[in-house]
Design a binder for this molecule. Structure first.
Ligand SMILES: [Fe+2]
Ligand SMILES: [Fe+2]
Length: 275
């Protein structure tokens, strides 16, 4: 299929059209309200999560994962799972799932889900790297989750054929160049534009905007770039949400290794065997 060629202004106009601006899924907004409300607690969160089967399943899956369940004591109740994970982590999983399934578009659903599988992996990895760098973990999780949202928006708002075209399977520089040629802007800019309309904090908008920039010196940008490349490397092709957890939770040393390789963290001294 051929992609239509559009100029930058037309693409931006389509993204910004306020009358039917793609809205954040309802559950995403409700979860955000709960975590921002000092009077709301785990029970409120569990109630929202319980309204969706896929989210409930994912919360239980995480609560029973190796990382959170080293003693192998499996639990089957949602309130207990929320207690084990804590409200922050539960909320983050809930928000991710609402975005994955909230953008229900008839065409390209498989691609949208693969896109969010990738996003979920990047979010988890970025959060772990942020922890190692003493950097804001919540911001990095959110940024990881949303870094490629511009692709969804280009596919939904600008060109319905995006996910049926050759762009669907591209990544990195090649993707950015092809988007620039087709739409006059790339998914990083499109995503930042949307997040600004949704009033996300400027660190989120800016990092998403710069996530393909090689000149950026921002630590947040570097974390997202490393995490995204790692998820592409570890799960080539379409990242399925179920394989993501396996990838990220089996090798607990991987995040540190990636940061060391990138020179963002000092190489840990090996214990020298005594002579
Ligand atoms: Fe990207
Ligand atoms: Fe990415």
């Amino acid at each position: 299929m051929t992609l239509q060629t559009m100029d930058r202004e037309s693409s931006l106009t389509l993204i910004r059209m306020v009358d039917n601006l793609p809205s954040l899924p309802d559950r995403y907004t409700r979860i955000r309200e709960v975590i921002e409300d000092p009077h709301a607690g785990a029970a409120d969160l569990a109630r929202i999560v319980a309204t969706d089967q896929a989210t409930t399943a994912m919360v239980l899956k995480f609560a029973n994962s190796q990382l959170h369940n080293p003693m192998g004591k499996n639990i089957a109740s949602l309130p207990m799972a929320v207690a084990r994970l804590g409200t922050r982590e539960t909320a983050q999983i809930g928000m991710a799932m609402s975005l994955i399934y909230g953008f229900a578009i008839p065409a390209g659903m498989t691609h949208i889900r693969a896109l969010w599988g990738h996003a979920f992996g990047v979010a988890l990895l970025a959060k772990r790297m942020a922890a190692l760098l003493d950097y804001d973990q919540d911001s990095l999780f959110t940024i990881g989750l949303l870094h490629d949202i511009g692709r969804a928006i280009l596919g939904i708002r600008v060109d319905m054929e995006y996910f049926e075209s050759r762009l669907a399977n591209m990544q990195g520089e090649e993707l950015v160049a092809a988007e620039q040629a087709a739409f006059g802007l790339d998914h990083a800019e499109a995503g930042a534009e949307l997040l600004k309309l949704w009033q996300f904090p400027s660190i989120v908008c800016q990092t998403v905007h710069d996530h393909h920039s090689i000149e950026s010196t921002s630590v947040a940008v570097k974390i997202v770039q490393i995490a995204s490349a790692e998820v592409h490397r570890a799960i080539p092709g379409a990242a399925d949400i179920d394989s993501v957890e396996e990838l990220l939770l089996t090798d607990s040393e991987r995040p540190r290794q990636l940061l060391e390789d990138a020179g963002l963290i000092e190489v840990r001294e090996q214990d020298e065997p005594e002579e």
